[in-house]
Design a protein around this ligand. Structure first.
Ligand SMILES: [Zn+2]
Length: 509
């Protein structure tokens, strides 16, 4: 890295100015709702210094990055922008070119206004898919680079990132979290911060190696504490003990039809090219060797619920059912089976139906008995609407402070939610949007007696396990029709690499 004039100036002034921005999305391109500028504006975008205000958010990438600078008086952090999750009912589909250009433009124009920038930290997700922009995160880094010049740009990613060589060329150092459920965003943000500090002081020369194992896997098989991914993250930590600064693996986000789909490996060392290359190749080879374990079959709703009821009859309970491939919120496949198979003592924690919810809120109150035909309105894959009759046991906004490991300490608010008592200790939570409780906290606030339940249904893949595995005896993933299936062969991709295992053209029979 050639030192820029501003870096040299800065050293004389003894203050380094680091810009911080976040622009993140996990785009499920098979979903029906586009993620346009309106959706982003209706979500949360923070500007300027607010970017660095992480109070009430629990531990985040940015809180970790800030942490690294706590006792470093010769550094100044400057918040630029934080665009997190836009507002869509379920997962948002393609981010519009306009939204991407406008939000990236807000980042670059603010950077341009700063007279001096010595380094940039970009907290990105990695699975953004943008119309007409094939590799959006690399493009963000390039546009930022154009404004700030040759200063260190450090990037952190969620492990669901789909990245390739363009990112390896664009950024000075890439760091990916290592846990799924994601519990180390703070740690990986801090790592990026430490790298920034040492690099600007001339104590560290970020040297990166990159590999792309041609493997893609469903999220439900990527839990970091279980094989096969546990082997991969253990190996990363072994290399870090052998002198690698950070060995990162993103297994990727399978549900985006993008050319850089699939796993990627980024290794950062201090000026040791050989070590970086050796580590990256080793991890690449390990992932390739695990490719078959990263794919298996799961039961559908009917079979799955029947198996769960059988386990309960034999005394194995309580059980969480992970309706893992439901990415819209309106899916009814599991609810229908619970009703049809006369299951009792359960709570289905999300049926997104804003129309029914708003009507209930307008016309009814807690204690009323209501009858609605709900769900399956957003997409035909969600099933058929279900007729439910029950007593409203909760209706209104919901607030709590998260005590589970996912987002511990964060202040959570849901604008409007209802819980219906369907009799026989059966409960249905009706929401505006796709939602999965990361612990029983919100359910308890609504008055649910967790000890009385045999089954909790969660529209989640792995994140819920961080807390729900402490509640349930078995976590049981089911795979009814949905937009995030375990069998990736069910989706129609058009932008894939031909040799991507197991769905590239090379492997299609
Ligand atoms: Zn993720």
């Amino acid at each position: 890295m050639v030192e820029s004039l501003s870096t040299i100036n800065n050293k004389l002034n003894m203050t380094y100015r680091i810009a911080v921005a976040d622009f993140s999305h996990e785009t499920l391109t098979f979903c029906p709702e586009p993620t346009d500028l309106k959706a982003w504006e209706e979500g949360t975008i923070k500007y300027g210094p607010e970017t660095l205000n992480t109070e009430g958010e629990g531990q985040t990438y940015i809180s970790g990055f800030k942490d690294a600078f706590e006792n470093e008086e010769d550094f100044e952090l400057v918040g630029i922008l934080d665009a997190g999750w836009p507002k869509t009912t379920g997962y948002g589909s393609w981010v519009s070119t306009e939204a991407f250009d406008v939000i990236t433009g807000r980042i670059t124009s603010r950077l341009g206004e700063l007279r001096q920038v010595d380094g940039v930290y970009l907290s990105l997700h990695g699975a953004m898919a943008v119309t007409n922009v094939p590799r959006p995160e690399a493009e963000i880094v390039r546009r930022v680079r154009k404004v700030v010049g040759d200063v260190p740009i450090m990037v952190t990613f969620d492990l669901h990132a789909n990245e390739d060589i363009e990112m390896a060329h664009a950024a000075d150092a890439v760091f990916v979290l290592k846990t799924y459920p994601h519990l180390d965003s703070h740690i990986i943000g801090r790592k990026a911060g430490e790298c920034m500090i040492k690099t600007l002081r001339g104590e560290f020369k970020p040297t990166m190696a990159y590999r792309k194992p041609k493997v893609v896997s469903a999220s439900v098989f990527q839990a970091s504490e279980f094989p096969p991914m546990k082997h991969v993250y253990d190996r990363c930590r072994e290399w870090e003990k052998k002198g690698v600064f950070c060995a990162s693996v993103a297994p990727g986000f399978a549900y985006a039809d993008v050319p850089d789909l699939g796993a990627s490996v980024f290794v950062v060392t201090n000026d040791d090219h050989e070590l970086a290359e050796e580590c990256a190749q080793d991890i690449h080879d390990l992932i390739w060797s695990l490719r078959e374990e990263l794919t298996r079959k799961l039961p559908g709703a009917k079979d799955g619920v029947a198996q769960v009821l059988d386990m309960i009859k034999k005394g194995t309970k309580p059980i969480t059912i992970a309706y893992h491939d439901e990415r819209l919120g309106d899916g009814t496949h599991v609810l229908r089976e619970l009703l049809d198979q006369s299951a009792e003592n359960w709570c289905d924690t999300c049926l997104a139906d804003p129309t029914a919810l708003y009507e209930m809120n307008e016309k009814n109150k807690v204690g009323d008995t209501v009858e609605y035909t709900m769900g399956a309105w957003l997409h035909e894959i969600s099933g058929k609407p279900v007729k439910v009759k029950g007593k409203i046991e909760y209706l209104g906004p919901l607030e709590w402070i998260e005590t589970g490991p996912m987002g511990r300490g964060a202040e959570r608010i849901i604008d409007l939610v209802a819980m219906l008592d369907l009799g026989k200790n059966r409960h249905l939570v009706v929401t505006e949007r796709l939602y999965a409780p990361m612990s029983a906290d919100p359910l308890k606030v609504m008055g649910l007696d967790m000890d009385s339940l045999d089954i909790v249904v969660l529209k989640s893949r792995v994140h819920h396990k961080a807390w729900w595995d402490t509640w349930s005896t078995v976590d049981f993933p089911v795979d009814p029709p949905g937009l995030g299936p375990a069998n990736l062969g069910l989706l129609e991709y058009t932008h894939l690499a031909w040799d991507l295992y197991p769905i590239g053209e090379k492997y299609r029979k």
